[in-house]
Design a protein around this ligand. Sequence first.
Ligand SMILES: [Ca+2]
Length: 459
Amino acid sequence: MIAKSGAGGRYDHDSAKILVSRFGHIVLTAQRHDGKWGQHMRKAVLSIAKAIRGFSDLGRIQAPLLVSIGIVLSGPLAAPAHADAGFERWKRQFWQTASASGVTSATYEAALGGITPDPDTIRLMNKQAEFVKPVWEYLESAVSEKRMETGRRMLAEYSEELGRIERRFGVDREVVLAIWGMETNYGGFKGEHYVIRALATLAYAAPRRTSFWEQELVTALQILQAGHVTPQSMEGSWAGAMGHTQFMPSSWRHYSADYDGDGRHDIWTSVPDALASTANYLKQHGWQYGKTWGYEVDLPTGFDYSLADGDTTKTLADWRRLGIRRTGDRAFPRPDDRAELLLPAGAGGPAFLMLKNFFVIKRYNNADAYALAVGHLADRIRGGDAFQAAWPRNALPLSREQTMMLQTLLNRKGFDVGEADGLIGPATKRGIRAYQRAAGLTPDGYASVLLLQSIQSGS
Ligand SMILES: [Ca+2]
């Protein structure tokens, strides 16, 4: 047991102590007589944290963790903090699952021994986005000037590696870079969470999909055990997405690659390994080398917007026969390729014909806006143009609550959208189109604040 005197000597009325149990659990006791945590108290906790980092048996304990424990302990004569008893029980129980999958007790102890639930993971796992960011705002930050510029710099810096990756996997270098740029800003922000801790927190506390998180955690432990990365470097997001390209452990298992042949698939600290892994992921999901993800297009007046239903596919030649032209009136180089029409912000904004590679990018993150941003960033890194059509900046998307309101109103008016769940799926889009047709509006199925207002004013 280690006891370090903290603020006690320095501050008359406050004291803090760190105790470390033989299992490596941290116990912090703290007192401040006026019951408030001030800046000096935080400094005291931080100084203790710094002092104990020298002890090798503490494993992966970092100052911010201790500060966050310290802040939880506010209140007069705060009771000693203790590890979450439920979490400790869960850890003992999970050991059975892990050992059955070949995880050794040494790996288990080194990885999970001293950890507590991750407060960020707890806070974020139940959080639902209240406001939906308009696609144009998302694109502005995702494909910023800075990110394009860094992408072009990285294209030069890693030209040799990217060339080899392109030849080996058959995936265009710019899209690999664009995913790296989108996921972690080219490694600038990989997430500072210890992946084992984040996944353990989810396996223990997530309201759903417990077995999914447990399996991801088992895989993460196997990755450590095989020596691909050290626990100290196994950083990722609060939800367990890891390294430069934010692979979940299961994706790492199926798609990671070893660029330099050192036997480790190190997506955490090796940029070439991470880029090769992303290329392999895209290839395994069907990437078509040398082809684009899609084209911005102009629609003719009187176009039948019900064809943009997320389901209809036609060859580019067939779309051309319906009056759709590529922006700038350039030809489609491969008119026999099949494409789907997408209007990310409804009839008032840009329109795109999406090809196979767009849907391959979506396998990385299943959101149209994400795949559009990756594709566009790749084009811009390559020196391509900005989108031509303007975004309808007054047609803001609905929040979840507003969507529920819209759904309730549509159901009430006889335009069946199913359950009012606040999510815009195919049934809601069908209901919106039916309403738009009946009201003499363009039936694009786009749920905007303007549409909600129109329905409200007519009801
Ligand atoms: Ca390697």
